[in-house]
Design a protein around this ligand. Structure first.
Ligand code: NAP
Length: 282
């Protein structure tokens, strides 16, 4: 029997998950396929019931369902519950269990590509959506000492800070509106992460002034299309270390693949497939 994996979202034209996972399936020669499930909100209950069938081993979840899917599952892993979002669902004998691999993927990529050790560091995260939740939670778990969240909608940043404060009551956590981002002191910040969708397909930059950061600050962007976002280009020009979103995408995918199949997939094969697919999309 050919097992089925896939990605659930709407719309899905931005996604490169099909070529990324199919590259591994071909490489390993295993009897699986990975498909796109572009499903409208009103059809989610029906789709979830179909996903309980034997041949469907699991699926990824992307925009806009990472939070709403939680209400349709039979169980949720502790970490995903704490993050408050699910990006991976595993079919465990007809019971659907949710996981979150975005945070693990981000930390693995950040450490591997920049050597950055979050322990004791000060971090500025731009954005307060699903990606911000996973990145903030995982950085705090990895020992970040102080965290500021800047968001266009301040109330959303406030909410995320309140949520994080329940788990990390001893860590100084602060929210600011994006318009005030240049008023906070940048000098002692070690890592800046853009988790907003600004910069996707060349949609500008968040308006942060990079001139007064210390030269060992890492500027990181979870947006992966384009690979070099306007923020990363600006950081490169300012002589700061940069970290793009490809590694997070590949490592979260590898972790999901391991949950579904028990196999540690070759991440280099996945990375090459992602880069090729992105090139073809342009
Ligand atoms: N590399 C990876 O593996 C990976 C994984 C997950 C996500 N991502 C990327 O991360 C990005 C965000 O995804 P998400 O799931 O967090 O989305 P989301 O939950 O919809 O959150 C979007 C965030 O972007 C902000 N934003 C959107 N448009 C803006 C604008 N014009 N100006 C300022 N802020 C704006 C939103 O601010 P408001 O609250 O004010 O609306 C919010 O903070 C996407 O580009 C996605 O592709 C990458």
């Amino acid at each position: 029997m050919t097992y089925i994996l896939g990605i659930l979202g709407h719309p899905l034209d931005h996604s490169v998950s099909v070529p990324m996972h199919m590259s591994v399936i071909f490489k390993l020669g295993i009897d699986y396929v990975y498909m796109s499930f572009d499903v409208l909100p009103e059809n989610i209950p029906h789709a979830v019931n179909q996903f309980k069938k034997d041949r469907i081993r699991g699926f990824n979840v992307t925009i806009p369902y990472k939070e709403t899917i939680m209400g349709h599952l039979d169980g949720i892993d502790e970490k995903a519950l704490r993050i408050g979002a699910v990006n991976t669902v595993n079919n465990e004998n007809g019971r659907l269990k949710g996981y979150n691999t975005d945070g693990v993927g981000y930390i693995r990529s950040l450490k591997e590509e920049t050597g950055f050790n979050p322990s004791g560091k000060h971090v500025l995260i731009m954005g307060a959506g699903g990606a911000a939740k996973a990145v903030a939670f995982s950085l705090l778990e990895a020992g970040v000492d102080r965290l500021v969240i800047a968001n266009r909608t301040l109330s959303r940043a406030d909410e995320l800070i309140k949520h994080l404060n329940e788990y990390f009551p001893d860590t100084p956590l602060k929210s600011v509106g994006t318009e005030n981002i240049n008023q906070i002191s940048h000098k002692d910040i070690h890592l800046v992460v853009n988790t907003t969708s600004v910069g996707m397909k060349g949609t500008g930059s968040i308006g942060i002034d990079l001139t007064d950061f210390s030269m060992d600050t890492v500027i990181s962007d979870v947006v992966y299309n384009p690979v070099e976002t306007p923020l990363l280009r600006m950081a490169g020009k300012a002589g700061l270390a940069t970290h793009n979103g490809i590694g997070m995408l590949v490592h979260q995918g590898a972790e999901s693949f391991k949950i579904w199949t028990g196999i540690d997939p070759p991440v280099d094969v996945m990375r090459q497939a992602v880069l090729r697919a992105l090139k073809e999309k342009h």
